[in-house]
Design a protein. Structure first.
Length: 131
């Protein structure tokens, strides 16, 4: 009997991106953290505090992701990055401290580690939804 195939790394990374953003949106109760508006569907953006390109570990860390409406994401977060960063640090000082402590970790994850991370995020999502 053939062994079941592991998901391709690219597929796993895409699933992790979606899952981490979903965990953050659920944690934030689908409310834009800037303007306070309830958002759903394509209007709800999972916005990274530290950009994806700056660190592998933070890419899938829900602490590094916040729910923003599409307007605040484009017109505030990306238009005023310095002001936006200061706003985040003031509004979420504990989250910022946690993010800062993870900034230097840029290790590359093995496929097995990515799968473990996917399972962990799935468990977090299930816990958030059962509240």
């Amino acid at each position: 009997m053939p062994r079941p195939r592991k998901p391709a790394r690219k597929t796993l990374i895409k699933a992790l991106d979606n899952l981490a953003k979903l965990v953050a949106k659920e944690r934030d109760k689908w409310i834009c953290q800037k303007c306070g508006k309830e958002v759903h569907g394509k209007s709800a953006h999972g916005s990274h505090v530290i950009p994806v390109a700056k660190g592998h570990r933070l890419r899938w860390e829900p602490t590094n992701i916040k729910c923003l409406c599409s307007y605040c994401h484009r017109r505030f977060w990306h238009s005023n990055p310095v002001e936006a960063g200061e706003w985040f640090k003031a509004k979420f000082p504990k989250r910022w401290a946690a993010i800062e402590s993870m900034l230097g970790d840029k290790k590359r994850f093995s496929t097995a580690e990515l799968e473990e991370l996917r399972q962990d995020l799935s468990r977090k999502l299930k816990r958030l939804r059962s509240r």
